[in-house]
Design a protein around this ligand. Sequence first.
Ligand SMILES: [Fe+2]
Length: 194
Amino acid sequence: MLFDPAKRDGLSEKLIRSHCWNNYGGLVKALNAGKQKLAGFLEDQNLPPYRYNDLKRERLMRTGSVILHELSFDNLGGTGQPGAAFRKMLTEAFGSMETWEKEFKRMDFGLGGGSGWVVLGYNLRSGLLQNYWQWNHLHAPSATLPIRVMARYEHSYHMDHGAAAPAYVDAFFRNIHWATVLARLDKALNARAL
Ligand SMILES: [Fe+2]
């Protein structure tokens, strides 16, 4: 974890540690166990191929979940105030920083009791910066790099906010580490320029 979980505004240390150690920690263990199982399955000539792909599908899902969790945790730890450079890019893409935030929050509120990831992503093909909803760990648009990721599963907020997901979203915004987000966007822009 790149930040002190005891010093977040509106996200308790108990919630952050539980999410990190229990949920994310369990995922990492399951991902590693799946890797060992795959190695054994590959040598088993009697195993139907579809069974191998069942495990590959599970591995794909867990890989996506581990990465999205890491991106979501890592873009926390700041004060929620973006610098001029990022504000300028959001203004170019969305008309204004406020419009971007309004859409991001509207998408989140639209989930109601649902779940998934709400993501600001940069598409390497189109060059567009867009908000999108990943309803599970697999469904990112092709060629889109996650720039700013917010977990929106119940275990991400219920301990602190109960069913009041909008309060969690507001707290998440107050804790964004914008330098991390900007560094991701810089990498994406450089990758597209190659
Ligand atoms: Fe989670």
